[in-house]
Design a protein around this ligand. Structure first.
Ligand SMILES: Nc1nc2c(ncn2[C@@H]2O[C@H](COP(=O)(O)OP(=O)(O)OP(=O)(O)O)[C@@H](O)[C@H]2O)c(=O)[nH]1
Ligand SMILES: [Mg+2]
Length: 662
């Protein structure tokens, strides 16, 4: 039984794949007809990458033992016929587990040693260092082995109290949160800092990334998880147990990690099966569930229709055994429908806009070039037709005229060069405004302030001040972009008037999206700094991790803004190159055809026919281009294709470990 969310995600994947192949066709067409200039090629590449690399991250967050892993099994992996992620009573998942698929790597489980927390490298940095991870190839054809390997996410290790403190799992100021100490004075800590499962599941192949988190108590949580991974998830599912409702520790997690997030949040009131009672009529149980639902919504301050009473256990069991009644009783479909109905259209809308923006840019750029070529052919045709019945003297005069026009045209070069040097300088200034140096300088200054402040009072303030400076830099770059636009606009108008170019400046890129990204980073970090975590910043190691995490996040924003600016400038200036080339080629063609006519009297008609044929070919090219673009636009805005989900064949294990088989 395929979950409805899976079908929707699959349809989104098929839609993306269709657009990708259409963009590929457009790219080949442009290349074959010498129309693929570097900016268009870069634009097409970035569109394709965006479509192919688009990830949809869904994070499951809760206190321990609420059923996160079980719910992930039920929603995403029931069609494997078994329990994929370990889900057992008590603490099970000990480190964040990311499920995704990268076709360039074999199916594998990658584990990052907890000791890497002692170094200053952030998780993002360590992702780029394969040697830092223990990698186990997963044998997906042997589910018993697969399940056994995945049990490693449960692994713990005993260390002395001192080491636990070093690792961030012990805090003398919060004794109630500290793990128990055994008779030998040892404390149990997770063996791994992070796990990545590379698994060729059809949904993961389609770009879904599922993040399973360990029970999130404030102490010991990986900072990267709270500041970076959770905030960048597209949706979070927060899980509670129906019998207990919102407990104090549930509420702490909600407030500290999810409350301020603008992203899509779903609350699952899990384990409703445990409410059924042979001594009470089912109507009474229903009333009880409804009451818990209303109370949960009220406590968390969210609409009631965002709270889904479910039973992950029944959902998994129902799907695995194919029992429709059990599946219905689990009420999982309501949650999946909500995920599918709200989340996927949102993702699709974003991509749709990106694609439509791209096609309109391509239409403008290539359309302009084709029109320009056609105009020149029309002029040439007019010239040739005018030669009918004229003698060879006349042709000689025409040749001279072409020479003169060509020489006059070449005078534009000096003007173009002058404009170019102004343009280069202005662009350089704008790029300096938002360079990586600015990010580094500002974060260094912040670190200095934090280091010198006693116990980090004023941390939030210093951080907000830094964000304000960075925001100002982005705004300044936006203004500089507008200035470049105005300068190019004025120069292009003159060049068009004096030398017959057909130049036009595309609108300057809108950097407000990057400012919004910066705002988002600010919100997430402020939330983090507000926690007791701030105290931990006084430890040099955590401070360094914090700084590196922050720098890598800010870099993404600033580099994104820089490359938008650069691409836009390239597009504008490559127009001049292509039109210059086009015009020179045209002069050459005119000269050659006149020379041939001069040499042989019967050439004229042949030349006229040839130029007409060229004109005709261009008309076809334009029509074909319009069809290709229209095809992309219709596919982008049309309904999602109904793709059937690719089936996964995993044989059911005969003797899987009990905890993995359930
Ligand atoms: N009765 C009942 N038990 C459930 C349900 N969902 C999960 N459980 C049980 O609750 C226990 C914890 O489930 P997990 O999925 O491991 O919980 P978790 O939130 O991933 O816990 P951690 O990994 O420790 O953070 C397991 O014994 C599950 O079998 C449910 O819907 N009904
Ligand atoms: Mg778990």
């Amino acid at each position: 039984m395929v979950p409805s969310f899976a079908n929707k995600l699959d349809a989104l994947g098929a839609w993306r794949a269709d657009l990708e192949s259409r963009l590929g066709e457009l790219s080949r067409f442009l290349f074959d007809h010498d129309l693929l200039d570097p900016p268009t090629s870069a634009l097409l590449d970035s569109l394709t990458q965006r479509l192919a690399g688009e990830k949809l991250v869904v994070a499951f967050v809760a206190e321990f033992s609420r059923g996160k892993s079980e719910l992930i099994n039920a929603i995403f992996f029931a069609d494997t016929g078994r329990r994929i992620l370990p889900a057992t009573p008590g603490r099970t998942t000990m480190c964040p587990v990311e499920l995704s698929y990268d076709p360039d790597e074999p199916p594998s489980l990658k584990l990052l040693d907890i000791d890497t927390r002692l170094g200053s490298a952030s998780l993002a940095e360590l992702r780029g260092h394969p040697s830092a991870w223990k990698q186990v190839e997963l044998n997906i054809k042997r589910p018993d082995l697969l399940a056994e390997e995945l049990l490693q996410v449960m692994q713990t290790r005993k260390v002395p109290k001192e080491a636990a403190r070093e690792l961030g799992f012990w805090d003398d100021d919060r004794p109630e949160d500290n793990p128990p100490v055994d008779a030998a004075g040892m404390v149990e800590v997770p063996a791994w800092r992070h796990a990545i499962i590379n698994y060729p599941h059809p949904l993961l192949k389609r770009g879904l990334v599922v993040l399973d988190t360990p029970g999130l108590n404030a102490i010991g949580a990986e900072p990267e998880l709270t500041v970076s991974l959770l905030p960048s998830a597209h949706a979070t599912v927060f899980i509670l147990a129906a019998d207990t409702g919102v407990t104090k520790s549930d509420l702490t997690i909600w407030r500290e990690h999810l409350c301020g997030q603008p992203l899509a949040r779903y609350v699952a009131l899990n384990k409703i099966d445990s409410l059924s009672d042979p001594l009470s009529p089912s109507a009474e149980v229903e009333i009880h569930i409804a009451r818990q639902r209303a109370l949960t919504a009220q406590t968390l301050g969210i609409p009631e229709n965002r709270v889904f009473p479910i039973s992950a256990k029944q959902a998994l069991a129902g799907r695995v055994s194919g029992d429709a009644d059990v599946l219905r009783a689990s009420r999982i479909l309501a949650l999946e429908d909500a995920l599918g109905h709200q989340l996927l259209p949102q993702r699709r809308e974003v991509l749709e806009r990106v694609v439509l923006d791209g096609t309109s840019q391509i239409t403008a750029q290539i359309g302009r070039r084709l029109n320009d070529r056609r105009r020149q052919l029309a002029e040439q045709l007019l010239e040739l037709r005018g030669l009918r019945g004229k003698n060879s003297n006349m042709v000689g005069m025409m040749l001279k005229r072409v020479e003169a026009e060509s020489a006059e045209f070449e005078q534009c070069i000096a003007r173009v060069q002058a404009m170019r040097s102004v343009h280069t300088r202005m662009l350089k200034d704008a790029l300096t405004t938002i360079s990586n140096d600015v990010v580094r300088e500002q974060t260094d200054m912040l670190q200095e302030k934090l280091r010198s402040s006693v116990l980090n009072f004023g941390v939030k303030r210093a951080f907000s001040d830094m964000c304000a400076v960075l925001r100002e830099q982005l705004r300044k770059a936006q203004t500089q972009g507008h200035e470049i636009h105005d300068m190019l606009g004025a120069s292009f108008t003159k060049l068009n008037a004096e030398f017959g170019f057909g130049l036009s400046v595309p609108a300057a890129p809108d950097l407000s999206q990057f400012i919004a990204d910066l705002d988002m980073i600010e919100r997430n970090y402020i939330q983090y700094l507000g926690l007791s975590h701030a105290l931990r910043l006084s430890q040099h190691r955590f401070m360094e991790q914090f700084r590196r995490m922050l720098v890598s996040k800010l870099r993404v924003v600033f580099e994104g803004a820089s490359s938008e600016l650069e691409l836009w400038n390239k597009t504008a200036s490559s127009q001049i190159d292509s039109q210059l080339r086009e015009r020179r080629r045209n002069f050459k063609r005119r000269r050659e055809s006149l020379e041939r006519i001069q040499a042989a009297s019967n050439e004229l008609e042949a030349r006229i026919q040839e130029v007409s044929a060229q004109e005709e070919r261009l008309r076809h090219l334009q029509a074909r281009l319009a069809t290709l673009i229209e095809g992309i636009e219709i596919a982008a805005t049309g309904p999602l294709p109904m793709g059937g989900i690719e089936s996964v064949t995993i044989e059911l294990p005969l003797n899987a470990p009990a905890s993995a088989q359930g």
